[in-house]
Design a protein around this ligand. Structure first.
Ligand SMILES: Cc1cc2nc3c(=O)[nH]c(=O)nc-3n(C[C@H](O)[C@H](O)[C@H](O)COP(=O)(O)O)c2cc1C
Length: 143
């Protein structure tokens, strides 16, 4: 089973920390969609999309990447880190169009200093933590 995780992590590297934690234990290729806007995904059996949540959406670079590069009929899993709450709608809209099947979703909190949260030193400090990474690894192993 060849797996790839395409990710975008632009705020505090929270999502990158999580996917690197997954890649340290599971056989998975990581692709940073902020640095790389194209890749051939045809040889992967499972494809993950991982992102922070920005204004209730996955990062624009990741949405653009999925729109452009995700072949139809692939098994897809979703991962996000968020300050307040997970929201998968933006990526799911693209996956619907591609007739990709979502086989699992995982989200956890990520350190957030956006806007007013900066004034209080941020929220979800320290996340994702070791427990979050352990849970994410379990999630990927269970797919
Ligand atoms: C511009 C901006 C907008 C954000 N919007 C949301 C949001 O709508 N909902 C939410 O729960 N968190 C929001 N957050 C918090 C991030 O989702 C959270 O910190 C996430 O872990 C960032 O991941 P990253 O460090 O991998 O970029 C926002 C953060 C930024 C910088």
């Amino acid at each position: 089973m060849r797996k790839a995780i395409i990710y975008a992590s632009v705020h505090h590297g929270n999502t990158e920390k999580l996917v690197k934690g997954i890649a340290a234990t599971c056989q998975v290729n990581l692709i940073d969609a902020v640095k790389q806007s194209d890749a051939d995904l045809s040889s992967y059996d499972m494809i993950g999309f991982a992102s922070g949540i920005y204004f209730s959406k996955f990062h624009q670079s990741l949405l653009g990447f999925a729109e452009k590069n995700l072949p139809g009929d692939k098994k897809v899993f979703l991962i996000c880190t968020y300050g307040g709450s997970a929201n998968y709608k933006s990526i799911e809209q693209i996956l619907d169009k591609k007739r990709s099947k979502v086989i699992g979703k995982f989200g956890c909190r990520g350190y957030d200093t956006f806007g007013p949260f900066k004034l209080v030193g941020g929220i979800a400090k320290g996340h994702p933590d070791e427990e979050d990474i352990k849970n994410a690894v379990e999630f990927v192993k269970g797919l």
